[in-house]
Design a protein around this ligand. Sequence first.
Ligand SMILES: [Zn+2]
Length: 175
Amino acid sequence: MGLSKRRRFAVLRRDGFACRYCGSTVEDGVALHVDHVIARSRGGSDDSENLVTACSDCNLGKSDTSLDDALPPPLDIVAAKEIQRRAQAYNDWLREQERLREAAIDGVIEFWNRKIGWYLPSNCRAMVGAWVDRMAEMEIIQFIRTIFDRQPRFRGYAYRYVNAAIHSHVRERDG
Ligand SMILES: [Zn+2]
């Protein structure tokens, strides 16, 4: 179960819509997430003291800071107006992410219907959404192309095979 939108937003607001580790905001071109300080898998809770705003770089350990370090203290109190401005920028960014995701889903479905043609269930958006959350749109299309080049004599439920193949590919890729 993911965190509720309300809880995520409360943590973002508390942290001034900036990465607690490096101070970056979406206006610096990073993706902001709310993460667990101690991972759920290691017994971390969903309490706000165990939640922190982090950018993708810090989260993936690409930046100099490490999530294993003690949580840094909150940033200096940022003026309410500035927080409001950052909240607006964050919401714009979030909407844009959602728009790009929907466009990627549309792109994959369109490709499927145009080039593949085999039955795709009408409620397939959730399934294709899980694909685009894990792979880039062009990569998915190339992947599907490769499968159908190898297996041109597929029957009706080919999407199930493709779905399983994508998830197993992602599992291997992410180790
Ligand atoms: Zn960061």
